[in-house]
Ligand binder design. Structure first.
Ligand SMILES: [Zn+2]
Length: 258
């Protein structure tokens, strides 16, 4: 009888212990959630400030709690690429490709990232191979734009014209300015037949006027020049910025003599 009474008395004690433990657990969870939310806030701030190196450090910490989050890993790869760590970006994006149970559209988005990583690393053959694997219609435009970028980097101007045509057919937009430059590049490389095509375009573009008059006035201009898109400075004239790859962004710097 004495024993039974003792057991009866332990019930409220266990109840109190359980209640305290659950409160403590809840408090701990709340604190963990608050920390995670603060990390997320910081991450957004770093990304807004384009502080990629701190964003990478923070994201690496966050990923430890969400190892299965494919989107976070994809983002980390993109940040590595933006910071110039192309090998790390390639490593992450290639690893994501081998993941199981990933839908095909997401896989195609990874292939787009992989292509960009390869382009940044100067591995154009690999970039083209990655583009070949993309099947989703959703990424058709991006695929064509990346292919056009590679064509231009490799100075494959005839191929670039074909890609440009495909891009125009797909997007319904015209890229006359690009076509002019591709024609001009081909003419400068000795393929004269494009001169006739250029004449038919009847453009007021200053490069067209220059190339049809057989004078290299603008290209031989000396002084300091700046890209009005990325602000890179060069001591020679350029039709396409070597840094941001924007056409017709060159402006001559004029200094105040006083
Ligand atoms: Zn530029």
């Amino acid at each position: 009888m004495y024993l039974e009474l003792w057991w009866f008395l332990t019930v409220p004690i266990f109840f109190v212990i359980g209640w305290v433990a659950s409160r403590w657990d809840r408090k701990k969870n709340r604190r963990r959630k608050q920390t995670k939310f603060k990390d997320l806030e910081k991450l957004v701030l770093f990304l807004t400030e384009e502080n990629h190196s701190d964003a990478i450090k923070l994201l690496q910490g966050i990923i430890k709690d969400y190892e299965r989050s494919l989107y976070l890993q994809k983002s980390l790869g993109i940040l590595f690429r933006r910071c110039g760590f192309f090998d790390r970006a390639l490593e992450i994006h290639a690893a994501l490709l081998s993941m199981r149970k990933v839908d095909s559209v997401f896989l195609d988005s990874i292939l787009i990232d992989l292509t960009k990583d390869y382009i940044c690393a100067g591995l154009y053959d690999k970039a083209l191979q990655a583009l070949e694997l993309i099947e989703s219609e959703k990424y058709c435009r991006q695929t064509l734009e990346l292919r056009l970028k590679i064509n231009q980097r490799l100075k494959q101007w005839e191929q670039a014209l074909k890609t440009l045509e495909n891009l125009e057919n797909h997007s319904g937009e015209e890229y006359e300015n690009l076509r002019i430059h591709f024609f001009c590049e081909l003419i400068e490389n000795g393929i004269i037949k494009y001169k006739e095509k250029l004449k038919k375009m009847n453009s007021d573009h200053k490069r067209v006027k220059e190339i049809l008059s057989d004078k290299n006035k603008i290209a031989l201009d000396s002084g300091d020049f700046i890209c009005n898109f990325c602000a890179a400075k060069f001591d020679y004239f350029f039709w396409k910025c070597h840094l941001c790859e924007t056409w017709d962004s060159c402006e001559k710097l004029s200094y105040d003599k006083h």
